[in-house]
Design a protein around this ligand. Sequence first.
Ligand code: ATP
Length: 411
Amino acid sequence: MHIMMQRCVELLKRVTSSRRSYKPEVSGSISGVSTASETLELDEKQPNDLDDPMPLKFVRDDSLESELDAVPEACLPSPATLAFEHVQLKDLEILGILGIGTYGVVKLARHRPTGRAVALKVISKDYVVSMRQEKHIVRERFVHLRLRHPFVTTLYQTLQDDNCVYLVLEYLPGGELYTIVHSETKSPIKLPTGGLPISAVRFYASCIVLALEYLHAQGTIYRDLKLENLVLDSLGYPKVLDFGFAKPDGVAARNGTMCGSLDYMAPEIVSRNQHDHRADVWSFGILLYELCIGTTPFTHPNKREQMRCINEEPVSFPNGFEEENQAICDLIVSCLAKNPNHRLSDMHQIKNHPFFKRVSWSKLLQKQVRVPFIPDLHGAFDTSRFDFAPEDPDEYIEPYESDGDDWAKDF
Ligand SMILES: Nc1ncnc2c1ncn2[C@@H]1O[C@H](COP(=O)(O)OP(=O)(O)OP(=O)(O)O)[C@@H](O)[C@H]1O
């Protein structure tokens, strides 16, 4: 494992309590995948295999250039639309580590000139190159910078120095939705039987519907919907973060691109068929199930068997749940049709489903509805909703030696 990531993982391990047993602290990637039935070839730097209980993130390079060509220029961010720009690294006081992802360490920082809290996603250039993820990181920046929505994390700016690229994000102090669903100690609304009360499910799901509706209208497929990528703001509203797998939808996804977390992955992605925004509808169905039940519906310690379940097994609910919760179960089943042509086709159809009948979408968008859980926070720098680790003063960052390909030039 890369040394910087390893040090951060060690640091967080010291403070991390219970996490999803099947969530990796740093997940792996599979390269060279050709068909689902073939043995998946693993990147030698990631010693996982299909029988490993750790989940994998599936990544395969696809051409960025043609996707960028397909995005109308009007969609690109104008500097005038950015609310918080001209941040310089020297102005950021790093306070500690909020989270570790596959590619980045996310730190809390104080912007000294304004006194504002920001989340700084730090990504080692050496790590990016060693994992052959240059195009995905460039795409994350490209897609995320132009997004502005109440339920999408704002990316203010990107930066770079010799060894790292940086994403300067708004800090969301309410913690991950994962914590609300799974934590025994930090979730006052988690049901003893697992899952959340249906009214809370409806609230979080409605916000996510609006976020996905916005992303799809922007021509972006998100492709990485999961509880860990939904973080609450100070009012308790969830926001989508992490656009590492998002892609402009201008060009249909080619065969072969596997991306996202397997638990949430649509059958057409698992089977390496073409996919579009309906892959997000599937992931939304999985998320709904997890919000209700407390687990995802297609899990198995063996990844090949899990893929078979995703492709073949019908979704089933615990005893009695369906009888008492017909509307949400119907919605889940309609999102989890194996064939994307038989699925609810878009967020508009989902909004019109009876489960959301009483939702006032306009009030929700203005954040004027009753929230099931308001984080108890003390100030803009409160980290109590995270497994926060003070920054390691000895943190080592692998020096980066460019081979001449200036992939980070726009950061
Ligand atoms: N803006 C933010 N505010 C608060 N916490 C954040 C923010 N951004 C990220 N985090 C925390 O850091 C974690 C990792 O961030 P992120 O998902 O962006 O990294 P990643 O490397 O892309 O991860 P992944 O493994 O999902 O690809 C999140 O799950 C969350 O806990």
